[in-house]
Design a protein around this ligand. Sequence first.
Ligand SMILES: Cc1cc2nc3c(=O)[nH]c(=O)nc-3n(C[C@H](O)[C@H](O)[C@H](O)COP(=O)(O)OP(=O)(O)OC[C@H]3O[C@@H](n4cnc5c(N)ncnc54)[C@H](O)[C@@H]3O)c2cc1C
Length: 416
Amino acid sequence: MIHIIGAGLAGLAAAERLSRSHRAVTIHEATAQAGGRCRSYYDQATGMVIDNGTHLLLSGNRAALAFTEAIGSRSGLRGPDEAQFAFIDIASGEQWTLRFGDSRFPWWVFDKDRRVPQTGVVDYLPLARLAWAQTDKPIGEIMNCGGPIYDRFVGPLLLAALNIAPPEGSAKLAGAVVRETLALGGQACRPLLAYEGLGSVFVEPAITHLRGRGVVFAFEDELVELLFGNGRVSRMTFAKQTINLGENDAIILAVPPYVATNFVPDLVAPSSFRGIVNAHFRIDPPAHLPPMLGVINGTCEWIFPLPNRISATISDGGRLFDIPRAELAQIIWNDIAKVAGLSRDLPPWQIVRERRATFTATPEQNARRPAAETSWQNLFLAGDWTQTGLPATIEGAVRSGYRAADLVSHRLKAAA
Ligand SMILES: Cc1cc2nc3c(=O)[nH]c(=O)nc-3n(C[C@H](O)[C@H](O)[C@H](O)COP(=O)(O)OP(=O)(O)OC[C@H]3O[C@@H](n4cnc5c(N)ncnc54)[C@H](O)[C@@H]3O)c2cc1C
């Protein structure tokens, strides 16, 4: 039996991979719901099912897309046919749209009608430096974090991808994002959103698919202790049960790092985190809004018109955590009302503040990420915080789950 602890995307992806080879799998999840940091739920204040945060994927996120293909929900991720990003500078009212075309090479950089306004080809060279950074340093030491290309495109993009003010962020992680998306042209940069909610794309179809393959889900089954002996985990204690592990049993620990370090002796893992603020407003979005809108010089960073609502995201939003909720809702709504041409009267709203949305994507914290293999023969780690080479994203979480699953299969085959 393979026990997966944690039904976030890393745990679900691990189960998906293992279920292909018909391994017996049980997922133990502490809460009553799967999805972890990527979930939908019914919100009474707005009377809607909302996401804890609007999650953006890019068409270059190949593992995340493969996961949705496998569970049959790929069509739930939608976006414009072409890679395009609309921006507005809320201070000046200036608007522009970057159109990357549909090629496998970033030709758009050479086309002045597609580039960021007021930029030339040479302005994009720092992105190449970032993509091939050899040692991990703060981004601010590798490239100039100022000027039109930074303010109007690279800065907002890296802030969203890394969830940290880019000058402090890890150049290695930013480089991976550039290599896997921008450097591969428009084909890898098409924005994709779960318009009907994260649950309907990443969670419910996964549960149905996995149950169909015999995977057992144990909800409200919180791991409280691992017991070690002879280079293995010998026993798992949950809040309501104890399981002794035999020769053919293995564990994939797919919980957040601040939980994993409680169970695994001497585990070095990211120890600092950054928050994300999301606001949801119940209102029919005006038809003229683009599918997503980057906001410069506002409190809002991205505005998403979704069915019956408008949502806004603010990355690295720790500075907003102490503002009273109603006040914050009004501040965010004022930005939306201004760019969408709507009244400043607040529609029904909800604010979701995730304090530990991602690990802090600095070079120091990135260096603390552990490999999937541990010193214990039957214990493997998964999660967006393990050594994926990517920032804390769905793509990283899914890859980590797949990797842990492959290692378990390999280890069990070798032992058979
Ligand atoms: C607001 C917000 C916005 C985001 N936006 C984006 C985005 O736009 N694009 C993107 O790609 N990514 C985004 N992310 C990041 C993405 O959500 C995460 O990278 C991903 O969901 C992490 O999955 P995971 O499985 O590694 O961890 P988690 O989702 O944290 O899963 C861990 C699971 O373990 C469970 N658990 C914890 N302790 C125990 C225990 N003792 N026993 C059993 N189970 C336990 C938890 O309940 C949880 O279900 C965002 C995250 C947030 C919070």
